[in-house]
Design a protein around this ligand. Structure first.
Ligand code: PMT
Length: 220
């Protein structure tokens, strides 16, 4: 399906993991490679959408026809997504956002001292939940759920709590699914209660299925 079906639509995609600094040389992050989000951004752009790709750190090259905004921390990611949100039609949060950040970032490199050291963390804003609170009826909001157990139940909880139109649930404990691989296994759950089980497939193919489903639901 390469038919400019998203022409005239503005799509925000977030991708990759955020980094929360500890000191000038260290950070907390996760295993997200950005493959899933970049596949979605690439597919949306090939369908004619105006794509804003808000990306954590990755060395994947973004396609030329997307607006790439590179960020590090969750709060930076939030700022840029919110700047583009008001006039966007579809938002897809595939980034792995740090739930916590370091309370006091050290301005100098922390020196090695005691056997045990403690770093105090504070909660980051939930970007997706914030978007769910302010979205209009015309805006389509998609979250991801990275789970290792009770996948469907937890994903449905996030769909409701965050006021989403769709959630893509991946069981990241399964081989070939989730972080830093080229493939994924996902359940696409929409707010009308429909569930599509996608078998093991390339992330590029899953990106198509996600966008096909969004278009189908939005055109209803
Ligand atoms: O990048 P890859 O290596 O290709 O891996 C893809 C992936 C596994 C990262 C991707 O498929 C995925 O599952 N992304 C979501 C990861 C995640 O953080 O899930 P979560 O269940 O913790 O969060 C639920 C949703 O809330 C997500 O849409 C997340 O972007 C969003 N969130 C979470 C925390 C936070 N503070 N703000 C958020 O917006």
């Amino acid at each position: 399906q390469n038919n400019q079906s998203l022409k005239g639509k503005k799509v925000i995609v977030s991708a990759a993991g955020t980094r929360e600094p500890i000191d000038p040389v260290r950070y907390i992050s996760n295993r997200s490679s950005g493959k899933m989000g970049y596949a979605i951004a690439t597919e949306a752009a090939s369908r004619g959408a105006e794509v804003v790709l808000v990306s954590g750190i990755t060395n994947i090259k973004a396609p030329e026809n997307v607006k790439l905004i590179k960020v590090e921390s969750a709060r930076e990611m939030q700022k840029h997504i919110e700047e583009h949100f008001a006039d966007c039609d579809i938002t897809i949060m595939s980034a792995a956002v740090s739930d916590y950040r370091v309370k006091e970032v050290a301005s100098q490199k922390i020196k090695k001292s005691d056997e045990v050291m403690t770093i105090e963390l504070v909660k980051n804003p939930d970007i997706l939940k914030g978007l769910g609170e302010k979205k209009s009826d015309k805006q389509y909001l998609v979250g991801f759920a990275a789970e290792t157990q009770n996948v469907e139940e937890y994903a449905k909880g996030k769909l409701q709590r965050k006021n989403l139109d769709m959630i893509v649930a991946n069981d990241v404990s399964q081989a070939g699914a989730g972080f830093n691989v080229d493939t994924n296994i996902a359940k696409i759950i929409t707010c009308d209660g429909e569930i599509k089980q996608a078998p093991l497939m390339q992330k590029t193919e899953l990106a198509k299925l996600i966008l096909d489903t969004i278009e189908e639901k939005m055109n209803k």
